[in-house]
Design a protein around this ligand. Sequence first.
Ligand code: FUB
Length: 300
Amino acid sequence: TLRVTLFLVISFMMIQNSFAQRPIIQTKYTADPAPMVYNDTVFLYTGHDADDAMGFKMFNWLLYTSTDMVNWTDHGVVASLDNFDWVPYDNGAWAPHCIERNGKFYFYCPIPNGIGIGVLVADSPYGPFVDPLGKPLIQNSHHDIDPAVFIDDDGQAYLYWGNPKVYYVKLNEDMISYSGDIMVEETTPANYQEGPWVWKRNEHYYMAYASTCCPEGIGYAMSSSPTGPWGYKGMIMDATELSRGNHPGIIEFKGKWYCFGHSYDLLKLTTTKFYERRSVMLDEMIYNADGTIQNRPYWT
Ligand code: FUB
């Protein structure tokens, strides 16, 4: 009875969904969304939870594209752990981040358990991606997960990452090396867990992140500088049982702002058990006049 009720509730919610279907990808389990806007197209890079995953079982990264935020084209595997000679195992393709600079595409990949954060480079957002360093870009601690890159108006690029603290470093213009010390945010934004995502709108800097645990929602903080201090402002997406873990990805596309995350909605259609088989979610993100962001209780 519980399964039938869940199925009916979720089916009803999917019919209500303005993004045509929820979760937006229903043919594979996708996690850790990393959307990038390039040439009027959204390139959505994701992690890939194996169909039989019971914990984290992630071998490669996927790519989907859309020009309308409704229809998504599946481009399959865009990179995998095989792209890195120095990674000692095949399970650990965690939350990536892709960004374009000067016509090249930089794909930052965290390999957990202290292996480090690698970077792949391509001439096209579709790849092929190659490893220019042959070693990790970041090998700082056991907390080297969830990289996210932000390029400020003055051209300075910053790489953020970490769980349970936020680390950051200034990337050089080549995007595959850095200058200065690795810094740790002195004041970790309230309820920060992991998955930082930094952007700027008007004069405000924003950092969204997986917030509270567990379940995780998506919280955010604001600052007048890309290096903080960050002041917690609230939840973009509340934490609920269906969001157990979460991971934000935020873009502006054709005049609207969107927040991506992930949930267990697809898994829950087939079982009431919990496994790491996640699905990317999407919602429009609305700002208030003062720059703060409206809260949503769940993906609509
Ligand atoms: O997908 C593996 C890990 O789960 C990510 O690195 C975290 O952000 C969480 O989503």
